[in-house]
Design a protein around this ligand. Structure first.
Ligand SMILES: [Zn+2]
Length: 309
């Protein structure tokens, strides 16, 4: 079975050929059929009528933006070849006049909007939000400090002084349900210590590490459990700001849990029956992630044995 999680499923053709043509890109920004999605402080413009959707607007407002606003970043073409762009309008103090260009639209938190808009639009939201955030955080060349310039519609920045090329980051995170027989491991982070929220163990991959090695290291650090077999399940872009969640099932080869109190508030074994109850929100004192998160699907797949592990 293949999974398309929230924040995946982006239908755009990212137009690699078009984005290497700077003149064409400039022209495409101002076409009648061009659609732009503005973000204010990384919050996308969302319209809610009968249903919620990304609120695309025409290019005319670009002339009203202050000098320091970032230029439009090319997202790609829809199936009718309409070019789509995202634009960071954070430099505009009061963006309500831009929101008003799409009747009834408002700038909303991307994470809560993502569960309300159609799945494929959440993929576009992920692409746009991660890219705009990267540009906002990487204006200057990390080699020489000069201000760099966006190229290829936002898929690269180039330094005019030292000619270094810089590419948008995607940060890989391993997230894994650790199991042994009829029990699995879930943990509560320090940040959630006063909540009932338990989830899969997870952590950023190190450099020079395979996915399997990252899984084994993180599980050992967070729980003291040794992991043998690691099986890939699915992955999920997570644009806060630019992670790629790599979901796995990890078979434990030891039982004893020892936690690092600085990192995890609690880590424990749960039986399959307990996990099923937790998924239905019926396990006293324990809540688990909802379907927006890949963790939910890793837990559910194991609890109901719905995929070959
Ligand atoms: Zn430079």
């Amino acid at each position: 079975m293949s999974y398309t999680h929230i924040f995946a499923g982006n239908p755009f053709d990212r137009g690699d050929h078009a984005r290497r043509d700077e003149d064409l890109l400039k022209k495409m920004v101002r076409q009648e059929n061009t659609k732009l999605l503005p973000f204010h402080k990384l919050n996308p413009l969302i319209r809610r009528r009968t249903h919620a959707e990304l609120a695309w607007i025409g290019y005319e407002f670009l002339d009203s933006l202050p000098e320091e606003a970032g230029g439009p970043k090319f997202l790609g073409f829809d199936s009718d070849q309409n070019p789509h762009f995202a634009v960071d309008i954070s430099a505009v103090e009061d963006p309500s006049y831009i929101a008003a260009l799409a009747a009834g639209a408002e700038f909303e938190d991307g994470r809560s909007a993502a569960t309300d808009i159609p799945g494929e639009q959440s993929g576009i939201l992920a692409q746009a939000r991660s890219n705009l955030n990267w540009h906002a955080q990487h204006r200057f060349c990390s080699a020489c400090g000069a201000e760099s310039q966006s190229q290829r519609g936002g898929l690269m920045r180039e330094c005019p002084r030292c000619k270094s090329q810089h590419f948008p980051r995607t940060d890989p995170v391993v997230i894994m349900l650790v199991y042994k027989g009829d029990r699995c491991v879930m943990g509560k982070t320090m940040a959630r210590q006063n909540s009932t929220f338990y989830s899969c163990l997870a952590g950023f991959m190190d450099q020079g590490e395979s996915i399997e090695e990252g899984v084994r290291r993180e599980v050992m650090e967070e729980s003291g459990i040794a992991v043998g077999r690691v099986a890939y399940h699915s992955s999920q872009p997570w644009p806060f700001p630019s992670s790629l969640m790599i979901g796995c099932h990890a078979e434990a080869i030891s039982d004893v849990i020892t936690t690092d109190p600085g990192e995890m508030a609690d880590v424990r074994w749960f039986t399959r029956d307990e996990v099923k109850l937790a998924l239905e929100n019926k396990l006293e004192g324990v809540s688990v992630p909802g379907p927006i998160a890949i963790a939910h699907h890793l837990i559910k797949t194991w609890a109901y044995n719905t995929a070959d592990m």
